[in-house]
Design a protein around this ligand. Sequence first.
Ligand code: BTN
Length: 329
Amino acid sequence: MNLSMKDKILQRFLSAKGEPISGQQLADELGISRTAIWKHLQTLQEEGYEFVTIKKKGYRLVEVPDRVDAAKISSFLNTKRFGHAIHYFEEIDSTQSVAQQLARQGAEDGTVIIAEEQTGGKGRMQRTWHSAKGKGIWMTIIVRPNIPPHQAPQLTLVAAVSVVLAMKSLYKNFMPVIKWPNDILINGKKCAGILTEMLAEMDRVEGLLIGIGINTNHELDDFPEDIQSIATSIAIEEKQKVDRAQLVAEILKNLEYYTDEYVAHGFKSIKKLWEEHSGTIGKRIKATTIREIIEGQAVGITDEGVLEILLDDGQVKKVYSADIEIQNE
Ligand code: BTN
């Protein structure tokens, strides 16, 4: 894992779970001086971490701020590649833009860009994505699967499955579902969205930038008024605040596993999982595409991740990109 020295120190304290660690022991383990350790602890204190000195025992971490920094995510992480490089920002325009630059510079598979706040968060269809400070998970993962460009939309569905399964494994008070192609809804309201951008040559994906936005610890009035009736957060539905870093680590674990599974064995098993967690299939929907409005029953997705809609006249129409409204709810 490419952690900075400061993050290595922090990770050591996080895994000590409140037990004291001596400055000398840390200095020896990390091969730096005690003064250097002390300076890093000062910086961590400025970031909101609080340490107390225990006589003859060293330092004890007593307060952990609510941040999604590299050390905190790493303390939950159990992956082979994903999240081993994490670029953390207090504030950024969009994690997608940074990911784009890093991907062009050769950032490795599974590199994560994450921010507390985005000032220019991007949604699908040129929309803006509201990214309140310290409330959500605003992250982009650079994924480099060996697949041709036309298969890229399937990987977006892999991401949706990974997010929904992470939520299901950590929280018990609600049931998230996927709205095609990759919105996550809870009780009919949007909790998360995924935006995938691609760097590609004619026949080969160079990198996918999987941008995941999750409304996590928002209360209702943290959302702008115009989306309060259609948006929700995990905290609202779970009825308590949750640890954002833990959820990030769980998503990275799933995304690595299901991406590898998909690259090795194809879309079949992912498609099955996607359909199992879909809140769209079987429902009457209205799909607004750039060209037309299509109404009918969503009957399934194809092996390319394309949505199939059964029209009232019996025709089945394929939809590649659209805004979906679920009608019989
Ligand atoms: C959607 O419209 O549903 C997709 C929303 C995607 C938002 C995420 S937040 C992290 C990443 N950075 C962005 O600017 N957008 C994506």
